[in-house]
Design a protein around this ligand. Structure first.
Ligand SMILES: C[S@@+](CC[C@H](N)C(=O)[O-])C[C@H]1O[C@@H](n2cnc3c(N)ncnc32)[C@H](O)[C@@H]1O
Length: 453
């Protein structure tokens, strides 16, 4: 799932610095204030959510976002995007000419997600300075020749326009426009909330993305919890309606407890509607890292899961009894911050926000289509598991292990110290089912790497 970016991608990413300086040269007062502005914005983004909306209206925060948050987000995306099947494979139609993007009420408004020209329709919600489109351009070079109708929306128009200037400038470095080399993406920017962007849309998009948006949905801190529950349900429902059959939803959040909790909540909503969990989940059972997320938790009973998966309440409860949830862990992935370029490292240090590791929480979902019904899950002693923790030292010299996520719940995978976070591997549960053992401390199933493939 996560791949260290190669030298070419790192070079292109660091080239963003030159694009930024060229497109948005900093005034001297903003340059000297930048580290402080980064620190202030960081506080704002991680604390009282009710105050957040104002940040795009303040030039010092715009400078901080563009020079610090955008580049780090792009580095995260550079690890993640190359390994994700976001779009369907190219069809012969997609090699033909570019068709104009049809507006909601315009001609072609009722076209399927892949329109008659073969272009794929993508909607990015809470797009900010087009971070996700920039990430696609940088990290997925094969998409640079693909026709995408990209609708980028945000409640604030300012960052959208900044992002367009960045993307066009960046793309200009790879593309010389001419009869044979047209910039193939049709970019449309729309100011508006996610509600407005999705309102009235039916089966229109093949991909809907939202990066670092969910944690901005709660509003006033006093009733933040209820608002998040309500908003995430409404958002999922609206995305579901706007998505074409077989289309995908990609969600990315910071690798914090809140980010992971929101992601697991969306996972639960997706399961209720029969979605396929393409990444990072290896199974459709309860989430072993979904503590207090609402999945089978305080506010949500197991009814949703029953409705979706055809499993009985008893089966669900049995599953819960069999697996464990780790209260101290949450679903996120971590990787090295190496690859950041000197200006970014200097700014991070000056802001007191040095990074050695980057973290993220994410989810790629696929709406059921004609060919993509979820397969029933089988339990056997061999199963696909995903590494979800850093290496941990087991007491009494029992060696090093990693927690892994599996259809049996949480596993403790021995001899796995060299595996990167997020890696998908096949494991075995020795002695399954009768003589399988659990780690006495965490309750996770003892597992070994399957080396017999
Ligand atoms: C943290 S920024 C993320 C920007 C970009 N997606 C990224 O990953 O860098 C969150 C963005 O969501 C936007 N936003 C907040 N609430 C929104 C809403 N209700 N509808 C649409 N956009 C919203 C903000 O204006 C902001 O640009």
């Amino acid at each position: 799932m996560l791949h260290a970016p190669g030298p070419e991608l790192l070079k292109n990413l660091s080239g963003l610095q030159a694009v930024l300086s060229g497109v948005f040269p900093l005034k001297s007062r903003h340059r000297s204030d930048l580290p402080l502005a980064v620190r202030d914005l960081s506080r704002l983004l991680t604390s009282e959510r009710g105050q957040r909306r104002v940040y795009w209206a303040q030039p010092r925060f715009v400078a901080a976002y563009l020079n610090y948050f955008l580049p780090w987000n792009l580095l995260r995306l550079a690890w993640l995007l190359p390994g994700l099947p976001l779009l369907p494979p190219v069809s012969p139609k997609q090699r033909q000419g570019i068709a104009p993007f049809a507006g909601k009420a315009g001609p072609g408004a009722d076209l399927p997600a892949t329109d008659r020209s073969g272009a794929v329709r993508v909607l990015d919600l809470g797009s900010g300075p087009l971070t996700l489109p920039l990430g696609l351009w940088l990290s997925r070079p094969e998409l640079r020749t693909r026709k995408l109708h990209l609708l980028c929306t945000d409640s604030s128009p300012h960052p959208l326009n900044l992002g367009r200037a960045l993307l066009e400038n960046l793309a200009g470095r790879f593309y010389t426009t001419g009869p044979d080399k047209l910039f193939p993406w049709e970019l449309r920017l729309e100011r508006g909330t996610w509600e407005a962007a999705l309102h009235g849309e039916k089966g229109r998009f093949e991909l809907i993305t939202a990066a670092n948006l969910l944690n901005e949905l709660s509003g006033r801190p006093r009733d933040a919890e209820e608002r998040l529950e309500e908003k995430s349900s409404a958002l999922f429902r609206a995305m579901h309606l706007a998505l074409a059959p077989g289309g995908r939803i990609f969600l990315l959040e910071p690798g914090t407890r809140l980010g992971a909790r929101l992601i697991v909540r969306m996972r639960s909503l997706a399961l209720e509607r029969g979605y396929l969990l393409e990444s990072p989940c290896t199974h459709r059972m309860f989430c072993p890292l979904g503590h207090r997320t609402g999945e089978g938790g305080a506010r949500r009973g197991p009814a949703g899961l029953e409705a979706n998966s055809g499993r009985s309440r008893e089966a669900f409860l049995q599953e819960r009894g069999r697996g464990v949830r780790l209260n101290s862990a949450w679903c996120h992935f971590s990787f090295s911050a190496a690859g950041a370029w000197p200006e970014l490292l200097d700014l991070s240090r000056d802001a007191g926000l040095e990074k050695e590791r980057l973290h993220l929480a994410c989810l790629l979902l696929r709406k059921p289509g004609t060919d993509s019904a979820p397969q029933p899950e089988k339990h056997s002693s061999r199963l696909r598991v995903r590494v979800v923790s850093d290496p941990l030292y087991l007491p009494a010299g029992r060696g090093i292990a990693r927690y892994v996520c599996s259809a049996l719940g949480l596993g403790l995978l021995r001899s796995s110290e060299d595996l990167p976070s997020g890696m998908l591997v096949e494991a075995v549960v020795p002695g399954w089912p009768d003589k399988a053992k659990k780690d006495p401390k965490s309750g996770a199933w003892e597992m070994l790497l399957n080396l017999t493939k």
